[in-house]
Design a protein around this ligand. Structure first.
Ligand SMILES: C[S@@+](CC[C@H](N)C(=O)[O-])C[C@H]1O[C@@H](n2cnc3c(N)ncnc32)[C@H](O)[C@@H]1O
Length: 272
């Protein structure tokens, strides 16, 4: 028992020693490391496999360089001086540093207009495995000063940045670094966004999508899937994910589901 514990601790430390993974929530690294060790790998192979998995589900989406401090200075100035166009321009530029959030930039306007049309008035939002999507708040048809926004992803630096961004917008709520698979948020909100999150979370735990859909404290869900992979492959993805979504909601016959198809994303708006 002690030996296993020591081996796991040493593996986690080795992964955290690399600049690329230092910023990742430790509970998440520990879970992945434990999964890899349980496959009977040597420590060296387990370190490599853990890093590969972290890359696949997180690192692959990120640019090598974030400029959180400079971005906050620019955002704060644009917001304080009421330069709306400049603020939107900055948000788009910043979102382009996350591969998944970036894909949505060309369709942002219609994306949130059409989604919110299917929802009751929204005062609070959970954004699960959010990436840089909270930068899209200015495109959401909500009263910015009156909403609460709760964002979750595995990166501490990104969540600190997003927390400060919420402050700049005078939006309530918070941004937290956490592994939503092991620690499902308990915050109640009007709607939970699981946008392009499920395929990623299921790479670590096949049951994650199903559990989040039923356990999140929100009576409305916005669940989306990519229409093409990071590598650009797109054939058959719509049909594949539509079938998968229906498998996930299984017997929830009472749930009202509206399907919306965008150029780069397949969305289901659910009223539980
Ligand atoms: C495909 S991206 C989607 C990002 C965002 N929802 C969007 O569509 O703009 C998946 C995100 O999930 C995050 N992630 C992966 N595993 C996670 C976990 N266990 N808990 C929280 N976030 C996670 C990654 O860091 C990444 O930002």
């Amino acid at each position: 028992m002690d030996r296993k514990h020591d081996q796991l601790a040493s593996l986690v430390n080795a992964v955290k020693a690399s600049a690329k993974y230092r910023d990742v929530n430790q509970e998440f690294i520990t879970r992945i490391a434990a999964q890899e060790l349980s496959k009977g790998r040597s420590e060296k192979d387990a370190i490599k496999a853990t890093k590969n998995k972290l890359h696949q589900v997180g690192g692959a989406y990120l640019d090598k360089r974030e400029h959180y401090t400079r971005w906050l200075v620019d955002l704060e100035l644009a917001a304080r001086t009421g330069q709306r166009e400049r603020l939107l321009e900055l948000c788009s530029a910043i979102m382009s540093h996350h591969a998944s959030t970036r894909e949505r930039i060309p369709i942002l306007e219609q994306f949130y207009t059409r989604i919110f049309r299917e929802l009751p008035p929204i005062r609070s939002i959970l954004d699960i495995a959010c990436g840089l999507n909270p930068l899209a708040i200015p495109w959401m048809p909500v009263n910015e000063n009156g909403i609460e926004y709760y964002a979750y992803d595995i990166y501490h630096g990104m969540m600190d940045f997003l927390q400060a961004w919420l402050g700049i917008l005078h939006v309530g709520g918070n941004a937290q670094a956490r592994d939503v698979i092991q620690t499902c948020p308990t915050q109640t909100a009007d709607v939970a966004f699981l946008i392009k999150a499920i395929p990623c979370l299921e790479q670590v735990d096949k049951t994650a999508g199903h559990r989040l859909l039923s356990e999140l404290h929100a009576s409305n869900l916005v669940v989306s899937f990519p229409m093409q992979s990071l590598g650009g492959r797109s054939k058959g993805m719509l049909e594949h994910y539509e079938m998968h979504f229906h498998e996930l909601i299984g017997n929830e016959l009472r749930w009202e589901v509206k399907k919306l198809v965008f150029d780069t994303e397949l969305v289901f708006v659910v009223r539980k």
